[in-house]
Design a protein around this ligand. Structure first.
Ligand SMILES: Cc1cc2nc3c(=O)[nH]c(=O)nc-3n(C[C@H](O)[C@H](O)[C@H](O)COP(=O)(O)OP(=O)(O)OC[C@H]3O[C@@H](n4cnc5c(N)ncnc54)[C@H](O)[C@@H]3O)c2cc1C
Length: 391
C-alpha cells in the first residue's frame, strides 16, 4: 500500500464510483473526495437507451450508494496542477491530493450549436437526456431520424420503431461494420430493413434544417433532405479532457496511460473508463480507448488498486473488451478488437438463420468475435481470445 492520505476521484459515474468502492475495499482509510459534474449521484447508463425509453426509471448502480467519501456533485474540475498536486473546481475551490483518479468519461459529439438548438434535436448520454427523449418520443408523431447506426443509434431506432414511429437511420458507413465486421454489419442492415427501418448508408449529414425553431429535416451530402419530426444524434463521443489542458497530462483522444493505467509519466495519477487510452498487452500494445460498461467497471477497480500499490508494484490491465446490445429483439454481442483483425470467418451457424458467430484473427491469432443470437459462442470465443488461441 502506498502512502497516500488524500485521494481525489474526478468523474462520479461508473469508473469513478467503482474506483472509490475499490479504494475502500482495499483498505484506503484516508480522505476520499468524488467530484462529479452531473447533479446526480452515480447511475447506470445502459438502461438509458433501453428500459428508460420504454418507461422504466430504474438506473440504480449497485454499490455506489454506500461509498464513504466527500461527494461534490454538480461541481466540475476545471484545472489540474500536477506540480502543486491540486484540482481546481468551477467554483474556485482547490482540492489537494496525493493520488488522483481521472474518470471524466465522454460526451456526445455535436453538430453546430444553432442546429442542436432546434426543438426536436436530441443526444443521449445522461439521465436528463433520456427523460427528455422519452417525452419527445411520446409527444411527437411522425418520422424519427437517427444519425449514426452504432450501438446507441441502433437501440434508439429499435425502441422508436417498436413504439410505432417511422424511423430512418443515416450512417456514414454500413452500421457497425467497423466494430463488428462486414458479415455482421450487412446482416444488421438487413435486420433493420426487415423491421421497417429505412437505412441510408455511406452518406454524411450536411446539416439539420428547421422551421420556426423546430427541426424539419436532415439534409444529406448530395442534396437529399430526409424529413424529420425528431432527430437523435448518435454520432460517437469525445472524451472529457479539456480540464487537463496545460497540466502536463498527455492527452490524445483520451488520457494516454501506460499499461497499468498511470497517466504517462505521473506515478500519482491513474485514468479509467471511457476517458482512458492505454496500450492493451493482448493486442500487440495497440493503444485503445473502450467505451463499454464492463471496461469502465473493471478498469475503475484496476486503476484504484494500482494507485494504492504504486508504479513499481502495479500490474497491467488487460481485460478483453466485450459488449452486448439488442436490436429489434435480437441479441448482438462482440468481444476483443475485431477492427484490428486481418481476416474473419463465420465459425458457427449462418447469417441466413439469424444465429451465427464470426471469429476475427490477426496473423492467425484470435483477436475478436461477434455473435448474433449466440451468447454461448461469445463466451467460448472470448475465453479463446484471452488465451491467444489460433484459429
Ligand atoms: C445511452 C447509453 C447506453 C449504453 N449502453 C451500454 C451497453 O448496453 N453496454 C455497455 O457495455 N456500455 C453501454 N454504454 C456505455 C457505458 O455506459 C459507458 O462505457 C460508461 O458509462 C463509462 O463510464 P465512465 O465512468 O468512464 O464515464 P461516464 O459514464 O461518461 O461518466 C463520466 C462522468 O464524469 C463527469 N465529468 C466530466 N467532466 C468532468 C469534470 N471536468 N469534472 C467533474 N466531473 C466531470 C461526467 O459528467 C460524467 O458524470 C452506454 C452508454 C450510453 C450513454
Amino acid at each position: 500500500m502506498g502512502t497516500q492520505e488524500r485521494i481525489v476521484v474526478v468523474g462520479a459515474s461508473l469508473a469513478g464510483s467503482r474506483a472509490a468502492v475499490t479504494l475502500r475495499e482495499e483498505g484506503f482509510a484516508g480522505a476520499l473526495t468524488l467530484v462529479g459534474a452531473e447533479p446526480h449521484r452515480p447511475y447506470n447508463r445502459p438502461p438509458l437507451s433501453k428500459s428508460v425509453l420504454e418507461g422504466d426509471d430504474d438506473v440504480s448502480l449497485a454499490g455506489s450508494e454506500e461509498i464513504e467519501a466527500d461527494w461534490l456533485v454538480g461541481r466540475a474540475a476545471v484545472r489540474l496542477d500536477t506540480a502543486a498536486r491540486t484540482v481546481t473546481l468551477d467554483d474556485g475551490a482547490e482540492l489537494g491530493y496525493d493520488g488522483l483518479v481521472i474518470a471524466t468519461g465522454a460526451r456526445p459529439r455535436r453538430l453546430p450549436e444553432e442546429q442542436m438548438a432546434l426543438a426536436g434535436v436530441h443526444v443521449l448520454r445522461t439521465l436528463d437526456d433520456a427523460l427528455e427523449l422519452r417525452k419527445a418520443l411520446a409527444d411527437v408523431r411522425g418520422r424519427v431520424v437517427v444519425i449514426g447506426g452504432g450501438f446507441i443509434g441502433g437501440e434508439v431506432a429499435s425502441t422508436a420503431r417498436a413504439a410505432g414511429h417511422e424511423v430512418t437511420v443515416v450512417d456514414a458507413a454500413e452500421p457497425m461494420t467497423r466494430v463488428l465486421g462486414r458479415t455482421v454489419g450487412s446482416w444488421l442492415a438487413g435486420h433493420h430493413r426487415a423491421h421497417g427501418v429505412e437505412l441510408v448508408t455511406n452518406t454524411r449529414v450536411a446539416e439539420l434544417v428547421g422551421e420556426g425553431g423546430r427541426v424539419t429535416g436532415v439534409r444529406l451530402d448530395g442534396s437529399r433532405t430526409v424529413p424529420a419530426d425528431l432527430v437523435v444524434l448518435g454520432a460517437g463521443v469525445v472524451p472529457n479532457t479539456e480540464w487537463l489542458e496545460g497540466s502536463g497530462v498527455h492527452v490524445d483522444d483520451g488520457v494516454v496511460t501506460d499499461s497499468r493505467l498511470f497517466a504517462r509519466g505521473h506515478g500519482d495519477i491513474v485514468a479509467a473508463g471511457d476517458v482512458a487510452r492505454w496500450p492493451h498487452t493482448l493486442f500487440g500494445h495497440e493503444t485503445v480507448r473502450i467505451e463499454h460498461w464492463s471496461n469502465a467497471n473493471e478498469q475503475g477497480a484496476a486503476a484504484a488498486r494500482n494507485l494504492l500499490r504504486g508504479p513499481s508494484e502495479a500490474v497491467p490491465f488487460s481485460q478483453v473488451p466485450a459488449l452486448g446490445t439488442r436490436v429489434h429483439g435480437t441479441r448482438i454481442q462482440y468481444a476483443g478488437l475485431p477492427h484490428v483483425a486481418d481476416a474473419s470467418t463465420v465459425v458457427t451457424g449462418t447469417p441466413e438463420d439469424g444465429k451465427f458467430a464470426v471469429a476475427f484473427t490477426r496473423e492467425g491469432v484470435l483477436v475478436g468475435a461477434a455473435t448474433v443470437n449466440f451468447p454461448k459462442e461469445l463466451t467460448r470465443l472470448r475465453k479463446a481470445i484471452e488465451a491467444r488461441e489460433s484459429l
